[in-house]
Ligand binder design. Structure first.
Ligand code: BES
Ligand code: MN
Ligand code: ZN
Length: 489
């Protein structure tokens, strides 16, 4: 879908041209473009202010059918995210108008405070991500995605950034897959079905995938994960995806929470909290998506995805508050609340992954706590790690990709709050406060000395409303973040 091309606007026939415009500064150098912008700004309703839009049809001395101008505001305020948002909006307006192809007038990085690679990369990301429509469950498909997006470039830029188009397409395609899995309703992605969806995707990418069933989990004594699963008529699954390059010396393991529906269990969630709980497998979706991208990006390290998949349901066979269970490591846990299920499936998967793969770094992603959403809101994830460098690396990747992360502490003395009279640990804190922290501390008890980070994505994994380059529903949060982070290793 993405192409980087040299386009002569005087000679070439262009169906739809989209042009970003600033109010205070000329960010384009092409003379034809500059005079087109002049023509647009001659209309009083278009000054290039943020949010201004205007369309000119068949502008003179060109072979352009329509030119869409988007105001971006003041040039000095523009970041990579401004260009993602612009490209996303541009693609969406083409989709809404039923236009199959779009030519994007790339501004000159020399006129901006960001570099050319960031400029091209973010424009490509916004265009790719904004082109996703989830209409699988609609009888009538109202909209069609754009087929081609051409980024205008100089010959040198074409040479420099055609490869970038391929990697952006790989990463954003994977991000879109994660979105689709998250938005898919729970009746179509119970653990066995979700495992097969992942495996089917992985086959096309040539990734080694294994699906472990409930009998295997019993044999291996995944006691905490099985305890969560026991209330559902759907059997749990553990999925692994492995990318192993020839001379890899380092191993990264990614673990993703895969609760295909979180009803809360016997501690049933009330109306208002339960409706979106099909998204409680967003961690697993992000990990599976990242693995899909990794298979195409081919980094020089071994990367493994581990996804524990369960459905958390109340029933006559469900775990009860007060039950004591034995986890994979042997540590016992008293269930204080059956709705604190994510940490139970994660600890077995993480402890097993540590033993199985002996990773240099382990990162888990999970829609783990409402408390993290209270702390950081719906757009920023919480990062927890005892390793400052690892935390800083993740936060930096969050800045770059705009999948924003903020480090929260892991205070040793708060572990007190997880102490229990009858078992080694309780699955919930004895305090009402700091729930994101105590959940992370609970996880920390099961990774040994492994260099580890936990990312709580309960807020940003899901969007109630569409935004510039994302529709309503699953956001795919974590895929671009992890791909960027892996790319730095
Ligand atoms: N899946 C939820 C967390 C969640 C909340 C995700 C909101 C997305 C949006 C998790 O399993 C949960 O229920 N956590 C409880 C923990 C509590 C019982 C200690 C919570 O946050 O209320
Ligand atoms: Mn829960
Ligand atoms: Zn949950």
């Amino acid at each position: 879908m993405l192409e980087v091309k040299v386009v002569n606007l005087k000679r070439v026939k262009v169906d739809t041209l989209v042009v970003p415009v600033c109010e205070d500064h000329e960010i384009h150098t092409d003379n034809t473009l500059k005079s087109l912008i002049g023509a647009a700004k001659a209309f009083s309703e278009f000054k290039g202010k943020k949010g201004d839009v205007i369309t000119l049809f068949e502008p003179s001395e060109t072979r352009i059918t329509r030119a869409l101008f988007f105001g971006l505001g003041k040039a000095e305020t523009l970041t990579g995210e401004s260009f993602r948002a612009f490209a996303g909006k541009a693609v969406k307006s083409c989709i809404n108008a039923g236009l199959p192809a779009m030519t994007l007038a790339t501004p000159s990085a020399a006129e901006l405070t960001i570099n050319a690679e960031t400029l091209f990369g973010t424009l490509m990301e916004g265009a790719c991500l904004g082109n996703h429509i989830f209409d699988r469950y609609k009888m009538e498909k109202e909209k069609t995605p754009v087929k081609t997006v051409v980024l205008m470039a100089t010959a040198a830029q074409k040479k420099a950034y055609s490869g970038l188009a391929k990697s952006v397409a790989a990463v954003c395609g994977a991000s879109v897959m994660a979105r689709e899995w998250v938005t898919t309703p729970s009746n179509d992605k119970r653990p066995e079905a979700f495992a097969e969806l992942i495996q089917k995707a992985a086959r096309t990418a040539g990734l080694k995938t294994r699906i472990m069933d409930d009998r295997w989990l019993e044999k291996q004594q995944f006691g905490a994960m099985l305890a969560v699963a026991q209330g559902s008529s759907a059997k749990p699954r553990l999925v692994t995806m492995e990318y192993t390059p020839k001379d890899a010396v380092k191993t990264v393991v990614l673990v993703g929470k895969g609760v295909t529906f979180d009803s809360g269990g016997i501690n049933l969630k009330p109306s208002g909290s339960i409706e979106t709980m099909k998204m409680d497998m967003s961690g697993a979706a992000a990990v599976a998506g990242t693995m899909m991208a990794v298979a195409r990006l081919k980094p020089g390290i071994k990367v493994v995805g581990v996804m524990p998949l369960v459905e958390n349901m109340p029933s006559g066979t469900a775990i009860r508050p007060g039950d004591i269970i034995r986890s994979y490591t042997g540590k016992t846990i008293e269930i204080g609340n059956t709705d604190a299920e994510g940490r139970l499936i994660l600890i077995d998967a993480m402890a097993w992954a540590v033993k199985q793969y002996k990773p240099d770094t382990l990162i888990d992603l999970a829609t783990l706590t409402g408390a993290c959403v209270v702390a950081l809101g719906e757009k920023i994830a919480g990062v927890f790690s005892k390793d400052p460098e690892l935390a800083a690396g993740i936060v930096a990747s969050g800045e770059k990709t705009h999948e924003r992360c903020w480090r929260l502490p892991l205070p040793e003395d708060y572990k007190e709050l997880l102490k229990n009279d009858f078992a080694d640990l309780a699955n919930v804190s004895s305090s009402r406060w700091g729930g994101a922290i105590t959940a992370a501390l609970f996880l920390s008890e099961f990774v040994g000395d492994t260099r580890w980070a936990h990312i709580d994505i309960a807020g940003p994994a899901w969007a109630k409303k569409a935004s510039d380059y994302c529709g309503a529903g699953g956001t795919g949060f974590g895929v671009r973040l992890l791909c960027d982070w892996i790319g730095k290793l």
